[in-house]
Write a protein of this length. Structure first.
Length: 148
């Protein structure tokens, strides 16, 4: 799964370069995306290409649900499963580098309404693969960075 996401990310970078060079290359982008999907057996994906802070292309490719044949739309939401953990850990480390969060901070420092049973849970604990309660951290970590 990580290989597919990494390949998809590389494909998006390639698409972004193509779109940034010539905004009239939709067919070339579509061909690149579809060939990678076929090569890697990816049933579907939603593509968003941004250039200089503006959306230059959004499109759904393939199916979101193989069993039902439901097509992917640009706004289709996919379940990322355990892959989300790597993204959350990376985002948290960016917050640490920016000085907005300390690895040894209690999570309650940043989520004041968290239950008292979380007193001894640190940000460092939450970046470990099997740490503490599920769900709440990944849903709300961006509040610390002021994104919500």
């Amino acid at each position: 799964m990580i290989r597919c996401l990494a390949s998809a990310a590389l494909g998006v970078v390639s698409c972004a370069r193509i779109c940034a060079q010539d905004p009239n290359t939709d067919a070339e982008v579509d061909e690149l995306v579809q060939s990678e999907m076929k090569r890697q057996h990816i049933p579907g994906l939603a593509l968003g290409v941004y250039s200089e802070g503006k959306i230059t292309k959004t499109k759904g490719y393939g199916v979101a649900n193989v069993e039902w044949g439901m097509p992917v739309q640009p706004d289709t939401v996919f379940q990322s499963g355990s892959v989300e953990k790597q993204f959350v850990a990376t985002d948290v480390m960016m917050l640490v580098e920016d000085g907005k969060v300390g690895l040894d901070d209690s999570v309650r420092k940043h989520f004041r309404d968290a239950p008292e049973t979380w007193n001894n849970i640190t940000v460092r604990n939450r970046t470990a693969p099997s740490a503490a309660p599920r769900g709440r951290w990944s849903d709300t970590y961006c509040q610390v960075a002021g994104h919500r």
